[in-house]
Design a protein around this ligand. Structure first.
Ligand SMILES: Nc1ncnc2c1ncn2[C@@H]1O[C@H](COP(=O)(O)OP(=O)(O)OP(=O)(O)O)[C@@H](O)[C@H]1O
Length: 244
């Protein structure tokens, strides 16, 4: 079976010379839910931006759905891997929710009733009633609603892999819980960068730790996230649910 996401010996330095990724190797199996954790500045967002070609490797290779990511497979990769940014405001820029959610699928060529149906269905998937939200102005929504609309915009493109950067940041406890239920229900392979180790423990069976641009641990969440020494060595703390 083809692994939906493979990263081999990936290096990336920003134009100012900051070495953000220093030899990352990992692979995600179909249907896996994997958490990516690490201290601030460890390279999580930089890695995620590579997975649908928003950044291109300095060295190393990325395979998406069995195809080497390159200029000629970029369109395929952007459809295959749906990336939800940390800040929904980086993703929502149209006047209404309907237009924001339609933006991606429209670019993929969806039109007419198929387009309207995939927009409605994506809003329903994230728990936003289309009749109430389609005509709302995106910039007036609460942060939790904005995050759900940004996720709907990605789901509307029907990706095989969902890559989420800090999905629970800024959410109140009820919205966070709702997001965790939603993620558990979505069938896609998921790769979730987060500082919320309780969410990682609850929603992801596997956890990868990166520190200073390198993978320092990769294994079952139940082992990795219960290892106080490992976590503290890399500037992390036990999930609250394990620290009592
Ligand atoms: N546009 C940029 N130009 C230069 N350096 C950058 C840029 N973006 C990020 N960096 C640097 O690259 C490194 C990795 O940053 P990245 O944002 O990937 O980390 P992160 O693990 O996502 O951090 P956080 O948990 O704080 O979101 C850091 O040293 C950061 O300062």
């Amino acid at each position: 079976m083809i692994e939906p996401l493979v990263v081999e010996d990936l290096y990336y330095s920003y134009p100012d010379g900051t070495a953000a990724l220093r030899g990352i190797t990992l692979a995600l199996g179909a249907g896996e839910n994997v958490a990516l954790v690490g201290p601030n500045g460890s390279g999580k967002s930089t890695l995620l931006l590579h997975l649908n070609g928003l950044l291109l490797p300095g060295r190393g290779r990325i395979e998406v759905g069995g195809k080497l990511l390159s200029a000629s497979t970029l369109e395929f990769a952007r459809r295959f891997v749906g990336l939800v940014f940390q800040n929904p405001e980086d993703q929502l820029f149209m006047p209404t929710v309907a237009e924001d959610v339609a933006f991606g699928p429209q670019n993929l060529g969806f039109k007419g009733e198929k387009l309207r149906e995939c927009v409605r269905s994506a809003l329903e998937q994230v728990g936003l009633e289309p009749a109430r939200f389609l005509q709302r102005q995106s910039f007036n929504l609460s942060i939790g609603e904005k995050k759900r609309v940004a996720l709907a915009g990605v789901l509307a493109m029907e990706p095989e892999v969902l890559v989420l950067d800090e999905p629970s940041a800024g959410l109140d406890p009820r919205s966070r819980r709702r997001l965790m239920r939603l993620l558990a229900e979505l069938p896609q392979t998921k790769f979730v960068a987060t500082h919320d180790l309780d969410m990682a423990l609850e929603t992801c069976t596997r956890t990868i730790i990166i520190d200073r641009g390198q993978v320092v641990a990769d294994g079952p969440s139940g082992n990795i996230l219960a290892d106080r020494v490992l976590l503290e060595t890399h500037g992390l703390e036990l999930p609250l649910s394990l620290s009592r």
